[in-house]
Design a protein around this ligand. Sequence first.
Ligand code: SF4
Length: 377
Amino acid sequence: MKPISIYIHIPFCKSKCLYCDFPSFANMEKTYDTYVQALVLEITSKACHYKDLEVQTVFIGGGTPTVLPSDCILKIMEALKVSYTIASDAEITIESNPGTIELEKLIDIRKSGINRISMGVQAWQDTLLKKIGRIHTQAEFVEGYHLARQAGFDNINLDLMFTLPTQTLEDWEETLENIIRLKPEHLSTYSLIIEEGTPFYNLYNENKIQLPDEILDREMYYKAKEILKQNGYIHYEISNFAKPGHESRHNIVYWKQKEYIGFGLGAHSYTGKTRFHNTYDMDKYLNPTRYDCVEDIEISDIYDEYAEYMFLGLRLIEGIFISDFKAKFSQDIYSVYGKELEECKKRLLLYENNGHVALTSLGLDVCNGVFEKFLIK
Ligand code: SF4
């Protein structure tokens, strides 16, 4: 059977963080049941299109899926299990936030077959957590983490953020040191990006928040690489670190441009050369008479496919295997990108070794500029 991955979107949060532009809404508790009904309908009714596939990874993301009561999460898992062939060793992740998880719910979630939990921590210091609009404190996070362990989760990811307003290198170091004492299997570390349409965007433009400069941003990134390496984490993607064998299989599907299907509001799918996404309109999504909720089907242009393959694949520290490019596109990577690859190698942004091309340390620092080079076709 052909492998496939599934993404399920839960667009609810307890409240909105000040930097967040993800499609999620606060104060929608009354909609949870109706949303889960619509989601279950979508999951079960589309199963006939995916009969010959075996699900290798599932990611229940959001939003904050753990704001849903246990019975809603169990219904979603049940719908998946009855409708799709799920591999016995499938990686099944749920995103969560401290303040939305209690022991009983975590035990229910774990028993339903979900075997990986990803927690949004972001920072160790309560002052920083408050500044970015997180709902939890450091103590609540630590409690939630131990509850997840108690419920049987032996594969935990923690999300951290740096270059937060007023954050110092010492704050970041303190965050990393305390987090690694907890021994999570996986860490994602992203620098804050000010997105249009968020409260931070307005505050930033009105000079009401001060962000660390680019030099400090890089110092924080290097500090994360240094401390996490010393503590046995493998840096396997620009922003991701894992204990050996605990790399996120689901995210690797995206970075290697493999196929996935998305269910839920605004969820995206990629099946071979076709990309499509569901409606972002909640009323449309919830309408029980809707025939389908897919909007915007796009057959990718081959040059878009090449470019995306390059900039997603180069996010991985091991880079792109030349033979994989050939297997996917029946084209030699140098016949498509010879000039760009040679130029990047000459400028020490990329290197080639043992059949793969990857970013150098310098390339990692200016990765967006490198990715742009592959968009020129
Ligand atoms: S919890 Fe996550 S999805 Fe929800 S508002 Fe905060 S950052 Fe956005």
